[in-house]
Design a protein around this ligand. Sequence first.
Ligand SMILES: Nc1nc2c(c(=O)[nH]1)N[C@H]1C(S)=C(S)[C@@H](COP(=O)(O)O)O[C@H]1N2
Ligand SMILES: [Mo]
Length: 201
Amino acid sequence: MGLFDRKTEILGKNSFGKPKLPPGQTATDKFQVLTYGETPSIPRDKWRFDAVGLVEQELHWSWEEFMRLPQKKLRADFHCVTHWSRFDDEWEGVLFSDFVKQVRLKPEAKFVMQHAYGGYTTNLPLQWMIDEDVILAHTLNGKSLDVDHGGPMRVFTPRRYAWKGAKWIKKVEFMAKDKPGFWEENGYSNSADPWKEERFW
Ligand SMILES: Nc1nc2c(c(=O)[nH]1)N[C@H]1C(S)=C(S)[C@@H](COP(=O)(O)O)O[C@H]1N2
Ligand SMILES: [Mo]
């Protein structure tokens, strides 16, 4: 048995039944910061969040309004395409599946583009955005999310490589057709499944 298989056996399965350590990943306790470009600073009282695109009516939330949506906690692992994984953080915020119930989507809405303050974008099918653990998170391990890690609010997609979650989330756009986001346009995989090692196109 190789070292990787041995590690996989010891670590076991994650909350959705996949090997806790995906292939090609190394576990770390550090939490590296991976940001392309500037780190935008958005105080909570200036933060706005919008639902646009294929919706019956565009909606906008202030921080206070967003905090009135159902708040949930989940424990999940974080997999970065640059081969490191972090285990068992507790994330707190609004599940995308709860959030989307607030929005009246047009029937053609099948894809979601996340837009961040600063211009970063990333795309996923709506079907994957409503996985039970996709979260708009403002708290990590009991503390307000650090600005470097996307505070005041970021998206986190435990079943995909971490670039599929926009830090400093500003708006979500519902679309009929898929469109590549920032890294997807620059050669990263569209689907980003860590257990299939979908790193690049
Ligand atoms: N707005 C924004 N979101 C982003 C990024 C970015 O550069 N800007 N980088 C992505 C990438 S490539 C990764 S791996 C994770 C990194 O999150 P971290 O800096 O908290 O580790 O955020 C993702 N979300
Ligand atoms: Mo990344």
